[in-house]
Design a protein around this ligand. Structure first.
Ligand SMILES: C[S@@+](CC[C@H](N)C(=O)[O-])C[C@H]1O[C@@H](n2cnc3c(N)ncnc32)[C@H](O)[C@@H]1O
Length: 167
């Protein structure tokens, strides 16, 4: 019912969440670029779910830190979908572990990084190398070691990791 979307682009995943949550559900949707959100906004309006969305044009990390300044936000979110700058995924996870309620779900997109997280280093094509791939490798390792979550990895698209906060 109370959700966060980090990385909106034109709002494809945002629309899916908005259609799925209850009529009085709310999405705090964050992206550095409002223009791309506005491309998809007419479709979101046509679907009749725009009233569920609070779009914030900003770097996501500062919005999460702002939310955490108010104690009533701690442990209050049911769901978060993360699909933005990979370099900050571990930082987002730390904030989300405080914002999500116990039993709440965080979903991280692109955790297979084209399959290159599971091949020997020397076989990784050049265009998959770089800080984003390293950030995904770091995230996957730290999630596997994180006692606060139960994990499920879905080998769909570019890989989706589903985390349930268990304490
Ligand atoms: C892959 S797209 C999101 C796609 C979207 N979830 C969908 O299903 O269509 C990534 C988005 O993350 C946004 N982004 C990148 N860095 C960001 C940051 N630091 N804070 C917030 N949004 C960011 C980009 O502007 C871009 O729109």
């Amino acid at each position: 019912k109370k959700t966060i979307e980090i990385g909106v682009f034109t709002g494809y995943s945002l629309l899916l969440t908005a259609l799925t949550i209850p009529e009085d559900g709310q999405i705090t949707a964050i992206d550095v670029n409002r223009e791309t959100y506005e491309i998809g906004l007419p479709i979101i309006k046509k679907a009749g779910v725009d009233h569920k969305i609070n779009f914030i044009e900003s770097e996501a990390l500062s919005v999460l830190d702002q939310l955490l300044k108010y104690s009533e936000n701690e442990g209050s979110f049911d769901y978060a979908f993360v699909d933005a700058d990979k370099d900050n995924y571990c930082n987002y996870h730390e904030r989300l572990m405080k914002l999500l309620k116990v039993g709440g779900i965080a979903v991280y997109d692109n955790t297979l990084w084209g399959g290159t997280v599971a091949v020997p280093e020397e076989q990784v094509p050049d265009h998959f190398r770089g800080s984003s791939r390293q950030a995904i490798l770091d995230l996957n390792r730290s999630l596997a070691d994180d006692p606060r979550v139960q994990l499920s990895h879905v080998a769909l698209g570019d890989g989706i990791t589903i985390c349930r906060r268990i304490f």
